[in-house]
Design a protein around this ligand. Structure first.
Ligand code: SAH
Length: 397
């Protein structure tokens, strides 16, 4: 134990000498192997202070009995209290205001993106006056009321409800509930001019995949007078943006009947029914005999094929197969928006996989655009692991 304990937070952990540099470089995770203290008495979610051998302050964060033992909240010797959360959340909201994400034709955005907003373990999404909190660490969950208070302080009257939804992410029997106000779902919110039914209670994640907003907007540019197939469509975000920008016809495909019902509701909400068809099918199977349809544009936005490094090889095979089928079958001049949200598959690996798929398909392919996650999903420069969404727009000649 270090010789002096000047810190307000009582629980001190000592970091091994050869592991200190990662914290000095402001990486926000402390792995269990870096700790040279008995942690058996520390409870999941406690705030701990990390010090070096001499007892000098290094960082403060949430502890958890896991491989990632501490998620660092601050590299300054400050208290983790209401004031701390107020400051961090105000900062995050100001950033989204700077990005002009609260407008008449757009009132959906990610307010807090974990490490990207210096709040590891916390995600907050915003849907037209309602904030949905999703905790990825017990520490954040223990602070959920403080977080809700901070959101109320920062937004004032503009916030009508706050919903806490962490039972999926924490895989624990915690209650999902309103912490402030109440709001009937589905709740209507707007993304770049299209209306969406958002249901955080019954839907996946917080109810919607906000991270594709800018890529949907890019699709809108290409979609005029085109016949579009949106695979892995979930609630139909890409389909709606295409239809709102004069696509000739859009087919939305998902293997989940529930997802297709969400898409149908959103199509109806925007009055696009006459130009739209829904398909419940497996995307890989559908791609194999695509020839029957002559799509101008195809979107491939599958779920993460690999959540861990040891699944990466298999994931690459999956991306390659899916893309090779699509490249082989699409009509000459056809355009494919292809994505991967697997964090362990980086940009280069993904691009190389698409090149390999093009070779396998035996077609000429050109890369037109390189896509990524939007600015309300910022990447902390000291935590490159925060980069997860990547995509390409390719033309198949
Ligand atoms: N593109 C969507 C988000 C995709 S989430 C958006 O913009 O909102 C991934 C979706 O893929 C889920 O809805 C899931 O039901 C669907 N899915 C998973 N496996 C599938 C498969 N083999 N074929 C078709 N859809 C699949």
């Amino acid at each position: 134990m270090p010789p002096h304990l000047p810190y307000a937070m009582a629980t001190i952990i000592e970091i091994r000498k050869n592991k200190v540099h990662s914290l000095e470089r402001k990486h926000p995770w402390i792995f269990s192997g870096a700790i040279n203290s008995d942690v058996s008495e520390i409870e999941n979610g406690d705030v701990v202070t990390a010090v070096n051998k001499r007892g000098d302050f290094l960082a403060r964060g949430h502890f958890q009995h896991a491989t990632i033992s501490v998620r660092v909240l601050t590299f300054k010797d400050e208290s983790i209290d209401q004031n701390f959360f107020n400051k961090r959340i105000r900062n995050a909201v100001d950033l989204r205001k700077k990005q002009n994400l609260f407008r008449g034709d757009n009132n959906i955005c990610r307010l807090i993106h974990g490490e990207g907003d210096n709040l590891p373990g916390l995600v907050v999404d915003y849907y037209n006056g309602v904030a949905v909190i999703q905790c990825h660490s017990i520490g954040m969950f223990k602070s959920v009321n403080t977080i809700a208070n901070a959101l109320k302080t920062v937004f004032g009257e503009e916030l009508t409800a706050i919903y806490s939804k962490s039972s999926d992410t924490l895989k624990k029997d915690v209650e999902d509930k309103y912490l402030f106000g109440e709001c009937e779902t589905p709740h209507i919110a707007i993304e770049n001019g299209v209306k969406l039914n958002i249901d955080w209670v019954h839907g996946q994640k917080t109810g919607f995949f906000i991270d594709q907003r800018e890529n949907r907007l890019l699709l809108a540019k290409y979609a005029k007078e085109k016949k579009v197939l949106n695979t892995f469509c979930y609630s139909g975000g890409f389909s709606l943006l295409a239809l709102n920008n004069s696509a000739k016809e859009v087919h939305s495909l998902d293997s989940s009947k529930k997802a297709i019902l969400l898409t149908d509701d959103n199509i109806e909400l925007n009055g696009f029914k006459s130009k739209h068809k829904s398909i419940v099918a497996d995307a890989m199977e559908y791609m194999k005999d695509l020839k029957k349809e002559d799509y101008d544009i195809i979107i491939l936005d599958p779920p993460a094929f690999a959540k861990h490094r040891d699944k990466r090889h298999k994931a690459i095979q999956g991306y390659k197969r899916l893309n090779a089928h699509t490249i082989r079958q699409i009509k000459p001049g056809g355009i494919i928006f292809t994505f991967s949200c697997s964090q362990v598959v980086d940009k280069n690996l993904f691009t190389n996989t698409i090149i390999a798929a093009s070779i396998e398909a035996g077609r000429n392919v050109r890369i037109l655009e390189q896509l990524h996650q939007p600015a309300d999903h910022p990447i902390n420069a000291f935590h490159p692991e925060g980069e997860y969404l990547k995509g390409l727009v390719i033309q198949v000649d």
